[in-house]
Design a protein around this ligand. Structure first.
Ligand code: PMV
Length: 348
């Protein structure tokens, strides 16, 4: 690389997030059909570095965990050109982008890596945009801009810019915002991901979202989602774990019910997903525990619980390991934040 070709580089990491009220169905360019709310994870993160070099046309090199990934590079190129570049305040056709990325969590384990990836990429692009334009912005403007750009990559990624609880699609569909929760009951929340099946997803979220366009339950879903959104917010504000879990689980099952009743239909739950959920119902009532579950578009279970019940959660997971085929469990917590890095590869 000639020294004069090099323009700028930026390295950021961003956490993944788990939705409590799901974004399912979109309109226009990556805007949600319904307001949704999530918790931002801590340990499950993606780090991305973007190097920008002068070029006579748009070029993209992408590597993931040290290896060139051509198929993802093609997908990323389309998203960059079609959705992100038209919104950037500089001309991507004048640059080569060398992007490298790594995850702190295993692939296909029920954790949305697209959310953390596009959030980290958007942070790099926002920093590069400001540098190329020589503009200074406030912290709030910076993160709102990054959330806006992240949304264009993957809708749920717009939520990974804020923490601990984040809402998207209520006051603004353009970008997400943090929700201030004062109640002590939700100050420390755990998310343990019980991985039942770590094979590749059978339905990409873009296909899933599009199936909502003429879904037979579309209108009902939009009404329910709005109601659930209001109820989850209220439960968080009043510290009501029982009601929070009630809605959390309804949302998870409703997401899967929508997939099962779409055309074509998708059945992503595995027998052990159901077995673990049924075991949780009885474990919870026996131990008077506040451990709830949610699901993404896959068979793996997120156990959401107040951290003071960690021992109980571990006991439950131990029992599940003895009874069912659990491939791994990832222990995380709500409350991580995006971070700027000087060196790629050093994530701490
Ligand atoms: O951001 P996308 O397009 O990958 O969609 C995410 C969809 C769900 O994970 C199922 C729900 C959500 O709100 O995160």
């Amino acid at each position: 690389m000639k020294a004069k070709d090099f323009m700028f580089q930026s390295t950021w990491s961003a956490p993944s997030n788990i939705a409590f009220v799901k974004y399912w169905g979109k309109k226009e360019i990556q805007k949600p059909m319904n307001p949704n709310i999530s918790g931002t994870l801590s340990e499950c993160r993606t780090q991305t570095q973007v190097k920008v070099l002068k070029s006579s046309n748009f070029l993209l090199n992408f590597s993931f965990e040290g290896r060139q990934n051509q198929s993802f590079a093609e997908k990323l190129k389309k998203i960059l050109i079609k959705r992100i570049a038209p919104e950037l305040k500089f001309d991507v056709d004048k640059f080569q982008f060398d992007i490298q990325s790594l995850n702190t969590f295993p692939h296909s384990c029920g954790i949305a890596s697209s959310a953390s990836f596009y959030a980290s990429l958007a942070l790099c692009l926002t920093e590069i945009e400001n540098s190329l334009l020589g503009q200074k912005v406030s912290k709030e403007e910076f993160f709102n801009r990054a959330s806006f750009l992240a949304r264009l990559g993957s809708g749920s990624a717009s939520r990974s810019l804020f923490s601990p609880f984040v809402s998207w699609g209520d006051t603004s569909e353009e970008f997400s915002h943090q929700i201030q929760i004062e109640h002590h009951a939700f100050q420390q929340v755990g998310d343990s991901i019980v991985v039942i099946d770590d094979s590749e997803k059978k339905v990409g979220s873009s296909v899933g979202h599009s199936l909502m366009d003429d879904h037979i339950y579309r209108e009902k879903r939009l009404m329910n989602a709005k109601k659930n959104y209001d109820s989850v917010l209220e439960a968080l504000q009043t510290g009501d774990w029982k009601e929070f879990i009630n809605i959390l689980e309804k949302e998870a099952l409703e997401l899967h019910a929508l997939m099962m009743t779409s055309n074509p239909q998708f059945l992503l739950l595995r027998p052990d997903t159901i077995a673990v959920i049924e075991k949780l119902y009885s474990f919870r009532s026996k131990n008077n525990a506040s451990i709830g579950f949610t699901l993404d578009a896959g068979p793996n279970i997120h156990l959401i619980y107040p951290l003071y019940e960690k021992e109980l959660m571990l006991e439950f997971v131990e029992q599940c390991r003895l009874e069912f085929n659990i491939s791994k469990v990832i222990y995380d917590e709500i409350g991580g934040e995006p971070k700027k890095h000087e060196v790629f590869g050093e994530i701490e």
